[in-house]
Design a protein. Structure first.
Length: 134
């Protein structure tokens, strides 16, 4: 075999290995019902913060423990435990994406993604300086 053939085969093997590792490592969007069936498997769950239940974070007692209740898109509510500090402006978020896995009846989050309300709105100003808008 020529050297160029060996190099091409090695490049193909590395490319296939990268594709396979990417496919097996990626997690998927899901809901709490599926996460309960797949205990321990890492999933992304999109939900809305339940503001009627307590958000527990005591930085003086344990700065790396934060818990809250999340309602997924199908209406199922679970307690989420996040072993890190509470994100700034967490209560203002519209949607929360939790990345982690179920452990018993609680969702253990490795990371959080917050969708905060837009600081821009659709209202147009009626007047700006000397200009009037209709």
């Amino acid at each position: 075999m020529k050297t160029i053939h060996i190099v091409i085969i090695l490049v193909l093997v590395v490319a296939v290995a990268v594709v396979i590792s990417t496919m097996t490592d990626s997690s998927t969007y899901s809901d709490f019902a599926e996460a309960a069936q797949k205990q321990g498997k890492e999933l992304h769950i999109i939900g809305k913060l339940n503001r009627t239940k307590p958000i527990v974070y005591d930085a003086q007692h344990n700065a790396n423990e934060f818990s809250f209740y999340l309602i997924d898109d199908k209406g199922v509510e679970k307690q989420v435990i996040y072993n890190n500090a509470k994100p700034q402006d967490f209560e203002k978020s519209e949607k929360v994406v939790v990345i982690g896995s179920m452990k018993g009846d609680q969702f253990m989050a490795k990371s959080l993604l917050l969708k905060c309300p837009s600081k821009y709105n659709d209202k147009k100003p009626s007047k700006f300086g000397s200009k009037t808008f209709s």
